[in-house]
Write a protein that binds this ligand. Sequence first.
Ligand code: G3P
Ligand code: CA
Length: 316
Amino acid sequence: MNRYLKILISTGLVAVSLQSPMVNASSQGNGQPASHPHQDLATRLSPSANNVLNHPYVNIGHRGASAYAPEHTFASYDKSLNEMNADYLELDLQMTKDGHLVAMHDDTVDRTTNGTGRVDQFTLAELKQLDAGSWFNKENPNLKNANYVGQKVPTIDEIFQKYGTKANYYIETKSPDAYPGMEEKLLNKLHQYGLDKHNNLRNGKVVIQSFSPESLTKIHQINPNIPLIQLIDKGELAQYTNDATLNKVKQYAVGVGPDYTDLTADNTQYLRQNGFYIHPYTVNDEADMRRLNEYGVTGLFTNFPDRYDRIIHEHN
Ligand code: G3P
Ligand code: CA
């Protein structure tokens, strides 16, 4: 069993009372999301289409448009937002030695830069010396682009400064155990850039995701208005698809992010009936995208936001 899930079950988690009678989902397996989420959502998230989470299918650009450009660079983010109609920028957060939040998936720089070592052993100034784009050109000669050479690891400040409230953010607290204080820093940044204003949160402009219930619970305790998504490790979804566990997850999260290979029509419907948004990761094949939409997912993470955009419009 996932160690986070063990903690969740053993501790009973947070004592937040949301009096959340469930409202039955209306999805009939035709890919259309349920009309009304559980009470928690109904009270804290806008039920209108202005809420990004209520888009018929939410297109989450995984590390930007990472099939086409080096992940977690502005080249990748720009492509996902400007060319591929992604609803959200998906950001993985790490923290530097001197406490700056930066967007990077791995906890080492080895795979996605020309450096080596743990992110938390670099100061921001040192990290900024690294080339975060050339690796992509070497690995993808058919997608090679001179603009990718010398791309830098972006900080969360730079990302929020560049896109402000024009973009929507789907932010993962990566390795929260390794970075004490990451959650507080992130919430401070949301506040600094006005992203935690009532209407922004009500409309799903910022979503925080994590595999760690502890990290999500901590965020929920600080600001219960931030929509949270519980990520679920591959092979672990069955442990979540029971009323007792889902009732605990409901105390802090509005949705779940399972590995897409664990979803079936039945467990998707069960999660929808429990009022959860369902955003599987990471779905790159068009047939899988169509099948998951038919199951009733409410969106998905993809390295190919252009593909999912096409499929969304097929359905509409
Ligand atoms: O955050 C959703 C998905 O990205 C989780 O997997 O390892 O790509 O962050 P990972
Ligand atoms: Ca992620």
